[in-house]
Design a protein around this ligand. Structure first.
Ligand code: ADP
Length: 767
């Protein structure tokens, strides 16, 4: 909205200013045109007056009395008669002069001046009347330039003497009169000269009329060839006033004055433009006679720039006002238009904002849904979307709150963001008590210590959603009691932030059942072991003593019974071992011994079993002893299990290679077979309880599926590792890695060494 209004305002202002600026230039150009026009007209008026006067002079020079006077002088020998005749002709001529004067208001004087330079006839205008001067009033003008210059000129030659103030006896006549003098020689029929006809025209009225047509602020100047400013003075102005005015003009427009003082530089009939900071003017020259450069007029029309621009200022004010008005209207229209478009978008934004702040669709206060345009459609869609989302959210929340399992969500820093009802029930805290707190409030001392660093582990940032298969932890309730729970953690990203969801399972009941089951199994096993030992003993005795006496079928049955007893006792021993391990009751008897010799012994012990299966052992090791600190019996149990597995899963005639080699402070036992290998999908289950890749193996190959589970626990207790590598069809290699006993042997041999004890502690927690 702001941009639209701003644009309209900026455009109007720009156009306004441009207009104002342009206006100055156009105005000046227009003014120049007007000045030129006025000047041309004025010059034309002047020429008309000049031409009329010239015509009158020529007309007077050709009137019959001219010839009459000449003839009268020539023909009459009698002087008196001639004088009378001449006087009659002169009267006639004067009559013509008078009537010309009467018909022409500007005509000031018409004269006939004789060849001797003396006035012969003179007709003067005195106010409104025209009067003939008496013979006494006639003057001698022979010394005057115009008389001298006209006398002797050819017939038809018109002499112009410019325009100047009228002078009487050399003095400027007061009141001032501008006079134009035009003269020509008057000849008789046979080219006999009579004298000069001179007409004086009063130009004041003509010039005043011209000045009247030049309207302010334009000014009009007329300057004669002498540099006299004809339009400056007024009729009644004193000489001092004229001088003062002239000075003011010259000081105000020195450029123009200087230019005019220098005279005309332009061509004929053309006007010249003069322009500077203070005025704009057109100057033109009017010559009376193109062959005579000595008399001319300079006409000037000018406008002072100040006045022109003042006129413009009024114009500018109008443009400014108009622009402002236009800008205002434009801005208003822009505002209304954008509002019309923007308002619905604002509604939409409002709706979205309210929704994002958690408002329900019902509580939304946005009108415009019933609009028929696109905005209406958009609003309706937003409403629909929001209510769909709300429905989904509701059902999700319902699932979460009604879920049997406690579920909570924490941030990467361990802050609880959300919990469900089951979590409240499990821990005894209300939701408000938990949300915003650190998850460690629900943990025991040990977990608390590890938890924060666990959350900062970079591996948590990796791909995948489920972090691990879950683990067992102790949940600490509000009343301080602890509850064993299984915790499965998955991660999720909300707005680029990492969160964890923990789904918990209360293990209290499960543990109880598990314990009961274990106790039952151990009781049963214990109860079974004693009778089984006696049965096995009895069967063994029978086999060795009276076995020979029995028939073949009987002996076979005895062997089978014995073998089954054997298997059963292995199973029972394994179950009891596992039981002890789980109860933490398995004790170890650590001692220092040579692993190489030990391995050789164990291989020997199992060789017979291997040979039964057609499998041979190959043992490779350095000759030097490798001393380890371990429970010999338990380690034998582990190695035997690995060896027997290798044998069990080897084809007949195959080799099982056993080796022991040192890697830094550790020794690595490797048992390699060439059997069918362990299937890929079974790799992560192999160390589990009762885990068998093919459960039908139990029958064909024997085994309980407990061997490796027990082995792993025993090796863990030795702070070692048991691992394997296997590729289907290429056999399996089991590795057992153990610490080599330190040279100084300063540790306590009766107890697990310090580093072991620590790790045992940890292992238990991790488990
Ligand atoms: P079992 O008493 O059945 O041998 P274990 O825990 O020792 O129990 O072994 C678990 C399962 O691991 C076996 O049933 C077998 O499927 C697989 N397994 C162990 N060792 C090997 C091996 N060397 N080659 C192939 N499969 C093996």
């Amino acid at each position: 909205m702001i941009i639209a209004v701003g644009l309209v305002l900026a455009t109007s202002i720009l156009v306004g200013f441009w207009q104002i600026w342009k206006n100055d230039e156009t105005n000046i150009a227009h003014e120049d045109e007007r000045l030129n026009f006025v000047l041309q007209r004025v010059m034309k008026d002047l020429s008309t007056v000049v031409e009329d006067t010239a015509r009158n002079v020529v007309m007077l020079a050709g009137t019959p009395p001219i010839q009459g006077i000449l003839t009268a002088r020539r023909n009459n020998s009698v002087a008196e008669i001639a004088r009378i005749e001449e006087a009659i002709w002169k009267d006639r001529l004067a009559q013509i002069f008078l009537s010309l004067g009467e018909s022409n208001r500007n005509l000031l004087q018409v004269r006939l001046i004789g060849l001797d330079g003396k006035e012969a006839i003179r007709v003067n205008r005195i106010g409104e009347t025209v009067v003939r001067a008496s013979p006494k009033e006639l003057q001698d003008k022979s010394q005057h330039a115009y008389v001298q210059q006209t006398l002797g000129t050819a017939r038809g030659k018109i002499k112009y003497f410019g325009i100047d103030y009228n002078r009487e006896h050399g003095e400027i006549e007061e009141p001032r009169v501008f006079v134009m003098r035009v003269a020509t020689m008057a000849f008789g029929k046979d080219d006999e000269p009579l004298g000069i006809i001179v007409i004086n025209i009063d130009m004041s009225r003509v010039i005043a009329k011209m000045m009247g047509t030049v309207r302010a602020p334009k000014q009009f100047l007329l300057i004669n060839e002498k540099g006299t400013y004809l339009t400056m003075p007024e009729r009644n102005a004193s000489a001092a006033t004229i001088q003062a005015r002239l000075q003011v003009f010259k000081s105000r427009y020195p450029d123009l004055a200087a230019r005019l003082d220098k005279g005309w530089r332009g061509g004929d009939n053309e006007t010249v433009r003069v322009r500077n900071q203070s005025f704009i003017a057109r100057i033109g020259q009017m010559r009376f006679d193109w062959s005579d450069p000595s008399h001319y007029l300079l006409a000037v029309t000018m406008t002072p720039m100040k006045e022109l621009l003042a006129q413009n200022q009024e114009m500018q004010r109008q443009v400014f006002l108009f622009t402002a008005l236009l800008a205002l209207i434009g801005a208003n229209v822009a505002y209304m238009l954008t509002r019309h478009v923007v308002k619905p978008l604002q509604l939409l934004t409002d709706a979205a904002r309210q929704l994002s702040r958690g408002a329900t669709v019902d509580s939304l206060k946005v009108d415009g849904r019933d609009r028929p345009d696109e905005i209406g459609v958009l609003l309706r869609s937003v409403y629909e979307m929001a209510s769909n989302l709300e429905e989904k959210q509701k059902s999700m929340r319902a699932i979460l709150t009604t879920a049997q399992n406690p579920i909570l969500m924490i941030s990467r820093r361990g802050i609880i963001h959300n919990v469900n009802d089951a979590t409240e029930q499990l821990f005894g805290y209300s939701r408000e008590e938990m949300v915003g707190q650190n998850i460690s409030m629900l943990m025991n001392e040990h977990d608390r210590k590890h938890h924060d660093s666990y959350l900062q582990r970079p591996s948590l940032l990796g791909p995948g959603k489920i972090l691990d298969g879950g683990r067992e932890v102790q949940a600490v309730c509000k009343d301080g009691s602890t509850v064993p729970i299984h915790l499965a953690v998955s991660k999720l990203h909300i707005k680029n932030e990492l969160f964890f969801t923990g789904i918990m399972t209360d293990l209290t009941e499960l543990k109880k059942v598990d314990k009961m089951k274990s106790e039952f199994v151990s009781t049963v096993s214990h109860e079974l072991r004693t009778p089984l030992t006696s049965i096995k003993g009895a069967l063994g005795l029978l086999r060795s003593t009276s076995g020979e006496a029995l028939p073949d079928s009987g002996r076979k049955m005895l062997d089978i019974a014995y073998a089954n007893c054997e298997r059963l006792s292995v199973l029972i021993n394994d179950i009891l071992d596992m039981e002890k391990i789980e109860a933490g009751k398995l004790t170890y008897d650590f001692a220092l011994f040579d692993l190489v010799a030990f391995l050789a012994e164990v291989i020997e012990t199992n060789r017979a079993y291997a040979e039964q299966a057609g499998v041979s052992f190959v043992f490779q090791s350095l000759p030097d002893p490798i001393i380890i600190f371990a429970d010999r019996c338990r380690l034998e149990q582990v190695v035997t299990n690995v060896l027997s597995n290798a044998v069990k899963y080897s084809p007949g005639g195959a080799q099982v290679e056993v080796s022991a080699y040192v890697e830094e402070s550790k020794v690595r036992i490797a048992v390699r077979d060439h059997g069918e290998g362990i299937p890929e999908d079974f790799h992560d289950k192999i160390f589990g309880k009762f885990a068998q890749a093919d459960s039908s193996d139990t029958r064909t190959r024997g085994g309980t599926g407990l061997g490796l589970a027990i082995s792993r626990e025993i090796i863990k207790a030795h702070s070692g590792q048991i691992e394997f590598e296997s590729a289907a069809g290429e056999g399996t290699t089991f590795f057992i890695t153990l610490d080599i006993a330190p040279e100084d042997q300063s540790f306590n041999r009766a107890q697990p060494p310090g580093f072991l004890a620590e790790q045992l502690e940890d292992t238990r927690h991790i488990a």
